[in-house]
Ligand binder design. Structure first.
Ligand SMILES: O=C(CO)[C@@H](O)[C@H](O)CF
Length: 532
């Protein structure tokens, strides 16, 4: 029987805003809207949606601001005449690693349906910690060191949880709350991620943490897909009870709350699908599949990978895959993205991308063996690498290159690094591999040509505006089909296809394969020198 036509919602509780996208049965976007924390909720006095504390390390956001933002967004949708009754399922995402602390007794209030209050009025006394730590926080170095030491080191922790200890990761943040706000911690009956907190607002009950966003906590055993008791015990007492049991990112958590049915006219049949992290949501929005790699070329660069057999290392992050229960995804972040590309453009191409492109076109693939590593700011991957390092074809360090060679050395060096680190995490370039490029630099075809040549794979461009919202609307549709065995790829096959822009230059692979090996040796040399 043909399914009754309906719509699907994807929400994203990101750092600076709450966004919503609605799609129809054919996956076409039929509605979108957003609430900006700084401007629409000025009484919270956030900057970029957060409060950076005086120590310049602690970064938090007021949890009631997120609640109030949803009230306003749903009212905006209602005022614009959005047909809530047509929504068959909804899902969403949240900024990863942030944590929300529900006070004892909050669940009963969350479940209460009798009142006509806004969610903000309903929940205003429900949080034991009112300023939630968020991903920009870097105040938990001691907790990170303690966790790594307690489980046998950084690599062991990465093997168990998918990442070495990171200051922003939730387990270390919870450890700090237990240490610094012990009474508040003891008054907490549930700890949510931003994603599962948001899902709870729609469910009218505590929503479980999903495997994918849970992989960003240094607490979830990504192989067993259950909490690592060893990690829980190191971070804080009675933590498993406060976190609840994690679930698949495709889980149907239940139906939307009767509070929302009454206030907005959602159907009682509208399902809430597990919410997840913004990056797993983006992977869904880009419709990445096995063998694909997404490269976001922005101020900082981010690489998303689909991985079947992960090899967790102390660099990068392995998360459980949000759309395939047996596979994984990886995330690799680089600080030296467009920051460095723009500096070299200004110094070597008179500030012109056209001249930058001409230099790439006038220099040979492989740059006659000249290699460069350009870290204007301290790099995330590899952690702590800094400075500009140039090597000639004999791997001898040289003080400078000519301008065209400098330009090619920068771009080849960046993409050789992305390929090296991806393959270290277990990524494999297979037949049919696609590179999905997004972000500012993806508009430069000559830069994408180098990307295609280094990876020996075709490069496609995609519009990732609202990629996480869109991905979660897709996941909402898939969530109610997955129980019938429908795969995510099948559920979203009607979505707009990415545009192929360039294919690898014949013979490029024969140049870059040995160059990649040389790059790996030189990067290791520079990395070790930076640690001395
Ligand atoms: O910390 C991050 C990923 O590990 C960021 O991308 C946050 O998810 C942004 F909200």
């Amino acid at each position: 029987m043909a399914s009754v036509s309906g719509s699907y919602l994807g929400f994203d509780f990101s750092t600076q805003q709450v966004k919503v996208v609605a799609i129809d049965e054919d996956l076409q976007v039929i509605y979108q809207n957003s609430i900006q924390f700084d401007t629409d909720l000025p009484m919270y006095r956030t900057q970029g949606g957060v409060h950076i504390h005086n120590d310049n390390l602690t970064v938090t956001a007021p949890v009631l601001m997120w609640v109030q933002a949803l009230d306003i967004l749903l009212e905006k949708m209602k005022t614009s005449g959005f047909d809530f009754a047509s929504v068959k399922a909804l899902s969403g995402s949240g900024q990863q690693h942030g944590s929300v602390y529900w006070k004892k007794g909050a669940r009963e209030i969350l479940q209460s349906t009798s009142c006509n209050k806004s969610l903000h009025d309903l929940l205003k006394n429900c949080f034991s910690v009112t300023d939630s730590p968020v991903w920009m926080d870097s105040s938990t170095s001691l907790e990170c060191k303690h966790l790594e030491q307690s489980v046998g080191g950084a690599l062991n922790l990465a093997y168990i949880t998918g990442s070495r200890a990171y200051e922003r990761f939730t387990g270390n943040q919870i450890a700090k709350i237990f240490k610094m706000k012990t009474e508040e911690y003891n008054q907490t009956e549930r700890i949510s991620l931003v994603s599962s907190f948001a899902a709870s607002l729609f469910l009218g009950d505590y929503a479980a943490v999903d495997y994918s966003d849970g992989s960003g906590m240094n607490l979830l055993d990504i192989h067993k897909r259950e909490w690592s008791k060893q990690c829980l015990e190191v971070c804080a007492p009675e933590l498993e009870e406060k976190l609840g049991t994690p679930v698949s990112s495709m889980s149907v958590l239940g139906s939307v709350s009767s509070h929302l049915v009454r206030h907005y006219g959602f159907s009682l049949a509208c399902k809430v699908i597990a919410f997840t992290g913004d990056n797993p949501g983006s992977l869904a929005g880009m419709r990445l599949k096995e063998g694909d790699i997404a490269v976001s070329l922005g101020t900082s660069d981010t690489v998303f990978l689909w991985i079947q057999n992960p090899n967790p290392t102390v660099e990068g992050h392995i998360f459980c895959n949000p759309v395939d229960i047996k596979d994984y995804m990886a995330l690799i972040c680089y600080k030296n993205g467009s920051i460095t590309r723009e500096r070299i453009r200004n110094e070597c191409a008179a500030g012109s991308w056209e001249e930058f492109s001409s230099a790439l076109k006038s220099t040979p693939i492989g740059n006659n063996g000249n290699l460069g590593i350009f870290c204007d700011v301290m790099e995330i991957t590899p952690s702590g690498m800094l400075g500009v390092h140039r090597f000639n074809e004999d791997s001898i360090k040289v003080p400078h290159f000519s301008k065209p060679i400098e330009i090619r050395a920068l771009i080849e060096g960046q993409f050789l690094a992305r390929r090296l680190h991806a393959e270290k995490l277990g990524y494999k370039i297979i037949h049919g591999t696609r590179i999905l490029a997004t972000g500012g630099a993806s508009s430069n075809k000559d830069i994408l040509q180098v990307l295609a040549d280094v990876f020996n794979a075709p490069v496609f461009t995609i519009d990732t505006t609202n990629s996480s919202c869109l991905g979660c609307a897709y996941r909402a549709k898939h969530g109610i089909l997955s129980e019938m065995g429908v795969t995510f790829a099948e559920a979203v096959k009607m979505a707009p296809e990415p545009t192929q822009v360039v294919t690898p230059t014949p013979g490029a692979e024969q140049v870059y394969r040995p160059l990649l090996a040389r790059y790996a040796q030189l990067e290791e040399k520079v990395f070790l020198e930076s640690k001395q």
